[in-house]
Design a binder for this molecule. Structure first.
Ligand code: UDP
Ligand code: MG
Length: 307
């Protein structure tokens, strides 16, 4: 019989792990699916991992690893994929915002032969206005670049062993799991789900955290911002030629362009463009620097028995 692994990234989720294990386990048992739960405690500073260890002693289906510090959800997801033994692997949040019942639906689609089953949000649930706006801009850009509606996508998905192995074979350290599962291709389908309220605890994302996440995902996934710089460069050249000719003509006609104001404005605009461009290049340079160092994506400090 096929084994399904469920990877559950958990960061300071002591209020949720036991419930998540119980609810997800119960759902899968009732559906007659053979499963294992892989909790990845992302350097939690609370009792998350202690609870996972305790659960794993009572229930053979539960396993877990603990990171030596917080490495971020992406790292947690990939660590989970690495240790998961299932023929298919699902990733689900620990706070039960992703309904466990959908896992059964995903599993059935996998049995039908689909290799990637994406969880698509039918609504985004409760979020603050600023959050919504920011996420809207970010996903707007990403969707354009990837020609996919990224706004509704989530990290909630199920993948066949083949897909997991393909993802694990990628050597890059800066990953964007949500988009990579599209990038690898394979036979995919989606199920929509209603984002639930977080059962306990708080969202682990700060606004700055999200900004960093967006920048790192954009730069790790696409080089379009760099081409954007080239675009600005070309526009400036066209503009300079026109203004240059005009200036020369006026000069030879003896009516020089009046204009300290013009000079200052031009200087500011060009200065701004150069700074932003350098910044964009800097981000890519930083990415390259990080990748070149070749550090591991995460460090595991503890494991439960069985992994
Ligand atoms: N998470 C993680 N590492 C982090 C931040 C979050 O493993 O650095 C986990 C968290 O425990 C949860 C999931 O990722 O299971 C989603 O996080 P959260 O609910 O805070 O995000 P939101 O649902 O608000 O987008
Ligand atoms: Mg959540």
């Amino acid at each position: 019989m096929a084994l399904m692994s469920v990877v559950i990234p958990s960061y300071n989720e002591e209020a949720n792990v036991a419930r998540a294990a119980e609810v997800i386990g119960k759902t899968l048992r009732e559906a007659g699916i053979e499963y294992e739960l892989v909790f990845v405690s992302d350097g939690s500073k609370d009792t998350t991992f202690a609870i996972v260890k305790e659960l794993s002693e009572q229930d053979v289906h539960v396993q877990g690893i603990q990171f030596s510090r917080n490495f971020g959800k992406e790292a947690a997801v990939f660590a989970g994929l690495e240790v998961a033994k299932g023929d298919c692997v699902a990733v689900i949040d620990c706070d039960l915002q992703h309904p466990p019942a959908t896992l059964v639906e995903m599993y059935k689609l996998w049995e039908e032969g689909y290799e990637v089953v994406e969880g698509i949000k039918s609504s985004r649930g409760k979020e603050s206005l600023i959050h919504k706006m920011f996420v809207g801009i970010f996903y707007g850009i990403m969707s354009k670049l990837m020609k996919l509606d990224m706004n509704a996508t989530s990290d909630f998905k199920l993948m066949d062993r083949k897909v997991v192995d393909a993802l694990l074979a990628l050597t890059e350290k800066n990953t964007f799991f949500r988009a990579l599962s599209f990038w690898v291709g394979f036979r995919s389908t989606s199920v929509s789900f209603e984002v639930q309220e977080r059962v306990a605890g708080e969202s682990k994302w700060s606004f700055m955290g999200l900004v960093k996440y967006a920048i790192s995902n954009t730069t790790s996934f696409t080089t379009v911002p760099l081409q954007f710089i080239t675009g600005i460069g070309f526009l400036s050249i066209i503009f300079s030629v026109i203004v240059g000719i005009q200036t020369l003509v006026k000069y030879f006609m003896g009516t020089a362009v009046e204009g300290f104001t013009t000079v200052i404005i031009l200087l500011l605009i060009i200065g701004g463009c150069i700074m932003v461009s350098l910044g964009i290049i800097g981000h890519y340079l930083a990415r390259i620097y990080e990748e070149v160092k070749g550090r591991p994506r995460y460090i595991i400090s503890e494991r439960t028995r069985g992994i």
